[in-house]
Design a binder for this molecule. Structure first.
Ligand code: F0G
Length: 471
């Protein structure tokens, strides 16, 4: 079927979830009541929900069927062993701790790695810095509440939407090494490789870059954690874009990628396709002490280590989802769907980041040049898009980034983006066409779109609950 223009959805839909159509009047009222913050909208008022791809996608029939096999034993559950076997087979990691989602893994491994550094080297954590190609917000938050400074060392063109470099998720290796030398390697308790790099637009990290980061980390005796939410999409981009891997299977590329980390933390709600679930895995016994500490913390924070944050059925479903998420046709279709949306938007003059794995990232700074960063152009665009078509998207810009905790000043943001996140196997090409048409209508009204200012601004993670008004 390679001679067709589009690979249609490589699945059949089996269960229908009805959604409500709403009137423009209703939506104007709803977004006003939500304080011009789509996070505060009720799902019943949303027609196409592109807030996230996290736990919002469809599951496969094999995943659904696997749930019935759940062994709910408090300890030593058969379902735990099924999950741990899948992890060994796919990633080659020896120790598995199930967690309720990605941040469940973070709340365990982050304090453990920091404490290890502190005790082994007799150091003060307030002088410690951790590095990433870009920390996801919760990974950053956990690092900060445990006393560390965070630093993102991304490739220079990462946020330049005019640049179409294939691996915009890459680390800037020189900036990483410079950063390590500046703070002193002993002050770096871990490095996080985020694949794909969510914050720069679902952009992949090349195998060469993962390898180089790992070798650099080993030179300075620093553990590397793979933040693995979109591991399969990253492997797919390596296969398609990196020289030398076009004949490799997704499974082989995945296995190879995970040689270049010591720990794996995963939000399984993305590429592993489950509505809820996460993983914390340790490669081998060179980190046996870390594993034992993590296992102990797991008991008090998540649950007994052979279920952690998950019920037996959910562990079975996850074990299957890890494999189903690596299906070649599925990944080809999924990335083509995002590409189709990006191409459609660009064809009507809406600039996007190079198409990534899980979302189209619209450059709102370019689309609404009359709204300065501190008036949140991408948030204003999100509100307009909702009013026009009932589509809910999420701001990835100054509003999300927030203020410097020390000075209280707005942090400078590399780009003002609006993320149109595509849940897995949930929306069709017709939905993509509808979104493009909605943007056409938004474009007609650009001069009338107004910037926003706070009426309520929480001190931390403000984007979830802040309220705004037009100015
Ligand atoms: N790491 C990455 C790269 C993520 O994208 C996320 C979540 C997490 C960690 C945290 O995992 O939500 O399971 O606790 N990202 C979601 C998103 C929420 O919308 O991009 P979690």
């Amino acid at each position: 079927m390679n001679n067709f223009k589009h690979l249609p959805e490589p699945f059949r839909v089996k269960v229908i979830e009805p959604v409500q159509r709403t009137t423009r009047e209703h939506r104007e009222q709803a977004i006003l009541q939500a304080g011009m913050n789509p996070f505060l909208l009720d799902s019943k008022d949303v027609f196409i929900d592109l807030l996230t791809d996290s736990g919002t996608g469809a599951v496969t029939q094999n995943m659904q069927a696997a749930m019935l096999r759940g062994d709910e034993a408090y300890s030593g559950s058969r379902s735990y062993y099924a999950l741990a076997e899948a992890v060994k087979d796919i990633f080659g990691y020896q120790h598995t701790i199930p967690t309720h989602q990605g941040r469940g893994a973070e709340q365990i491994y982050i304090p453990v790695l920091i404490k290890k550094r502190e005790q082994e080297k007799g150091l003060d954590r307030s002088k410690m810095t951790v590095f990433s190609n870009y920390f996801f917000d919760t990974t950053q938050g956990h690092s900060q509440i445990n006393g560390c400074t965070v630093k993102n060392v991304y490739t220079p063109s990462a946020f330049d939407t005019a640049d179409h470099f294939d691996f915009k998720g890459n680390f800037d290796l020189q900036a990483l090494e410079r950063g390590i030398q500046e703070v002193g390697a002993e002050h770096v308790p871990y490095i996080v490789s985020t694949i794909t790099c969510n914050s720069s637009g679902g952009q992949p990290v090349s195998l060469a870059n993962l390898k180089a980061v790992y070798h650099l980390a080993k030179k300075y005796d620093i553990p590397v954690v793979m933040d693995s939410a979109r591991f399969a999409e990253n492997a797919y981009f390596i296969q398609q874009r990196e020289a030398g891997y076009k004949d490799w299977s997704i499974a082989d590329i995945t296995r190879e990628s995970y040689k270049y980390a010591d720990l794996l933390a995963m939000s399984a709600k993305k590429d592993a396709m489950v509505p809820m679930g996460g993983l914390l895995c340790i490669k081998d016994d060179s980190f046996a002490d870390v594993y034992l500490e993590c296992r102990t913390l797991c008991v008090v924070q998540e649950g007994f280590p052979t279920y952690g944050g998950l019920e037996g059925g959910a562990m079975e479903r996850l074990a299957v989802g890890l494999y189903d998420g690596m299906n070649q046709d599925w990944l080809a279709y999924r990335t083509a769907q995002v590409q189709y949306l990006v191409d459609g938007l660009e064809s009507i003059g809406v600039t996007c980041q190079k198409a990534g794995g899980h979302a189209a990232f619209v450059d709102a700074g370019k689309l609404l040049p009359h709204i300065p960063a501190e008036r949140f152009p991408a948030q204003a665009l999100a509100c307009e898009l909702y009013k026009v078509a009932g589509i809910r998207a999420v701001e990835i810009g100054s509003f999300l980034l927030g203020r410097d905790p020390k000075t209280g000043k707005q942090l400078p943001c590399p780009a003002e983006l609006l993320r149109l996140t595509i849940p897995r196997a949930t929306y069709t090409q017709t939905h993509m066409d509808f979104i493009i048409e909605a943007f056409n209508q938004v474009k007609e009204n650009i001069p009338n779109i107004k910037g926003l200012t706070f009426t309520y601004e929480p001190k931390v993670l403000r984007h979830f609950t802040a309220r705004l008004q037009e100015i």
